[in-house]
Write a protein that binds this ligand. Structure first.
Ligand code: CA
Length: 237
């Protein structure tokens, strides 16, 4: 899961969609709204979200049909999916779960319940929670406050560089290939080339200044973040 999880909200009723989106944003999610199946498919084609909230009754193709289609597609088959619906009887609930939904929420629902279920589904799917701050060689990253410092001085990182650094620091001393980094940091990389990794690693090095020596290029293999770089990091000047 990404550090700021993205939620695709597929809901044709604007008032409900807005309520969900406002609450998701308040609780640290990035929320994207699609009004119908075509809009939803466009969003999915552009980027696979970390979670989908899917209304059952949509104009055109139903939420149930969409769920089945996404479950049959390799790109989306493991994306956590919660169905939203006014249809509360057991047969419907079973149909939703059979179509591959991870959970089911009957309308009307409270935003508290929605959040609790979203978090539960994400926990089940992604066992590692947002981690604690990590410090290596004077460089510190706090995923909760989104802050990065080097020798107590704040650094500015773009969102991708932040995710990349978080991954590197959480898995230091190991060599990661570009393909592994794409899997772990970008998650879904159907449209992303491996050299994209090089571009972001370069930007990351520039962003972290002298701490950049800890991020080593391992020729022919990939990258490694190490507390013991070949060039010593000077902590004093
Ligand atoms: Ca609806």
């Amino acid at each position: 899961m990404r550090i700021i999880p993205s939620v695709l909200v597929v809901e044709d009723e604007a008032a409900i969609a807005e309520l969900i989106i406002v609450n998701m944003k308040h609780n640290g999610f990035r929320a994207i709204w699609a009004m119908d199946s075509q809009g939803a498919q466009r969003e999915i084609d552009a980027a696979v979200p970390d979670l989908i909230l899917l209304d059952w009754m949509l104009p055109g193709e139903s939420g149930l049909a969409l769920a089945k289609r996404w479950r049959a597609d390799a790109r989306t088959k493991s994306v956590p999916l919660i169905m939203l619906t006014a249809r509360g009887d057991e047969a419907d609930r079973v149909a939703g779960l059979d179509a591959g939904a991870d959970d089911y929420i009957a309308k009307p629902f409270s935003t508290k319940e929605l959040l609790a279920r979203v978090r539960a589904v994400l926990r089940r799917r992604a066992p590692e929670p947002i981690g604690k701050a990590i410090s290596i060689g004077g460089l510190s990253l706090d995923p909760e406050t989104y802050r990065v410092t080097f020798n107590e001085q704040s650094l500015k990182l773009g969102p991708t560089e932040f995710k990349l650094l978080y991954y590197f620091m959480g898995h230091s001393e190991r060599v990661h290939s570009r393909g592994q980094l794409l899997d772990q940091v970008w998650g879904d990389h159907v449209y992303i080339e491996e050299r994209t990794v090089d571009v972001h690693v370069k930007r990351l090095r520039e962003s972290i200044g002298r701490a950049g020596v800890m991020l080593e290029t391992v020729r022919g293999a990939g990258y490694r973040f190490t507390a013991n770089p070949h060039v010593a990091v000077s902590m004093s000047d």
